[in-house]
Design a protein around this ligand. Structure first.
Ligand code: NAD
Length: 438
């Protein structure tokens, strides 16, 4: 099938390459010239394991190309829309400027019988509104909302082997025809019995934000327990292991630490609250306000722990090394990164902060140019009074407490992700602190 993908960021670039891998003829378009230039050359414009290989495969097969010329989408029959829906600067609500612009552009380029498939995360009600507009400007086209659940760091695997496919379609023959088109497109996934659920627009939109709200709630729940462990002298990692053994609860997403960040969870729960307020259903999701607050409090607690670790000496002039700038390991994404936020908070209190990260240094430098950066963990901790582990990259989990940090002024570590074995680090002579455990 001939497929277009509008918006080639973390979601769209991977989706375009995945569609080519399924055998479709794909054109990806984006307004970001630098990004498209990289993609045209077969270079991933961001760090995502497996993406360079998938891009190369698609480009060499002749089935995958990229362009800044939005009109190149004409001629495709399925048009994915993967543009960003960030938080508005002045409120919690989603900023739909990019999405509206993409649909505006598509309206003049699509043909009768084409299916326009929204993958961006949107406030409930958006798909119906866009479908209404498009049906007037481009009669005979159908809008489907097909939310995406990929995880950065595992995006290739998740795009090629999703847990489930969700189609939000209009009622009637148009919805049935569009379902058949998507079934044909995703045939290799359906052949291996990937569950596929067809529903109305509103439910499909809500599935995505409900899933993210649930995940955020699970993380903030365990972090709330961490707060209690801190005052009562408990160990949240043991608590998580013990409650996680109940299969109704499950151990996944119960890792206490610095909390969630990135380009999705924080803005999605905020946009959900804003949309619920517009629908006069604010009480239904008012608990998300607390989920957000618990999450943000962990960042402040990290700053307090740093002060404690320094033995009460003022932060001003103290040298603090920070391991991690990405919002999670296996990604270079620094959007709402808890690690970078803590670095900035410490910097604002005049600590001498040095940040390192295996992949996200360039993005971090662009976002927070006033901070100091180092190319390796060893370089970052040189002369440091304390080191903070804030993104749990494997390289940091595997640090050897015997040999690491020999050039530090004081061997003190704060494990913001409960990623290290306290016994080992203490036995090697480190002052070890962590969130939610003694
Ligand atoms: P991103 O910022 O990395 O990518 C968005 C891209 O859209 C950018 O490259 C931008 O230049 C491009 N763009 C903006 N306006 C455009 C236009 N009019 N025409 C063509 N291109 C345009 O964002 P992302 O992380 O890929 O997220 C995209 C959407 O997918 C969001 O709604 C997000 O919530 C959702 N989502 C993201 C993930 C994820 O892990 N990143 C997972 C699931 C869902």
């Amino acid at each position: 099938m001939r497929v277009s993908v509008t918006g080639c960021g973390y979601l769209g670039a991977v989706h375009a390459a995945a569609m080519a891998a399924l055998g479709h003829d794909v054109v990806g378009v984006d307004i970001d010239r630098e990004k498209v230039e990289a993609l045209v050359g077969g270079v991933a414009p961001f760090y995502e394991p497996g993406l360079p290989e998938l891009l190369r495969l698609g480009i060499e097969s002749g089935r995958l190309r990229f362009s800044t010329d939005l009109t190149e989408v004409a001629g495709s029959t399925v048009h994915f829309v993967c543009v960003g829906t960030p938080q508005q600067e002045s409120s919690n609500a989603a900023d739909l400027t990019h999405l509206n612009a993409a649909f505006q552009a598509l309206a003049g380029l699509v043909a009768e019988g084409d299916v326009v498939v929204g993958k961006s995360t949107v406030p409930v009600g958006t798909a119906a509104q866009l479908a209404d507009d498009l049906s007037r400007r481009a009669p005979g086209t159908t809008v489907v909302w097909n939310p995406e659940f990929l995880r950065e760091g595992l995006a290739v695997q998740d795009s090629l082997h999703p847990d489930r496919l969700v189609y939000g379609v209009p009622d009637g023959p148009a919805g049935e025809a569009a379902t058949e088109v998507l079934d044909e497109l995703y045939a290799p996934m359906l052949a291996v019995e990937t569950p596929r659920m067809v529903m109305d627009y509103a439910t499909a939109e809500l599935v995505k934000v409900a899933a993210n709200s649930f995940l955020a709630t699970k993380i903030s729940f365990i972090n709330a327990m961490a707060e209690l462990c801190e005052v009562a002298g408990g160990d949240v990692t043991q608590l998580a292991d013990a409650i996680g053994m109940d299969e109704r609860i499950g151990r996944k997403f119960l890792n206490a630490g610095l909390g969630f960040g990135g380009g999705c969870l924080p803005k999605d729960i905020r946009a959900f609250m804003a949309r619920a307020e517009e629908l006069h259903a604010q009480p239904a999701v008012s608990f998300l306000k607390e989920i957000d607050s618990i999450n943000m409090r962990r960042r402040d607690r990290m700053v307090d722990l740093t002060v404690e670790a320094l033995g009460g000496r003022p932060l001003a002039g103290a040298r603090v090394a920070i391991l991690g700038a990405a919002f999670k390991p296996e990604s270079d994404d620094v959007r709402d990164s808890p690690a970078l936020d803590v670095a900035e908070k410490l910097d604002a209190r005049w600590a001498e902060v040095v940040v390192t990260d295996p992949r996200a240094l360039e993005n971090a430098r662009r976002k927070a140019p006033h901070l100091k950066y180092a190319h390796s963990a060893e370089e970052a901790v040189n002369g440091a009074d304390v080191v903070l582990l804030l993104t749990e990259w494997t390289a940091y989990r595997d640090l050897d407490p015997q040999t690491f940090g020999e050039t530090m002024r004081h061997r003190r570590i704060i494990d913001g992700r409960n990623a290290l074995d306290p016994k080992q680090w203490r036995a090697a002579g480190w002052a070890y602190r962590a969130l939610g455990r003694p």
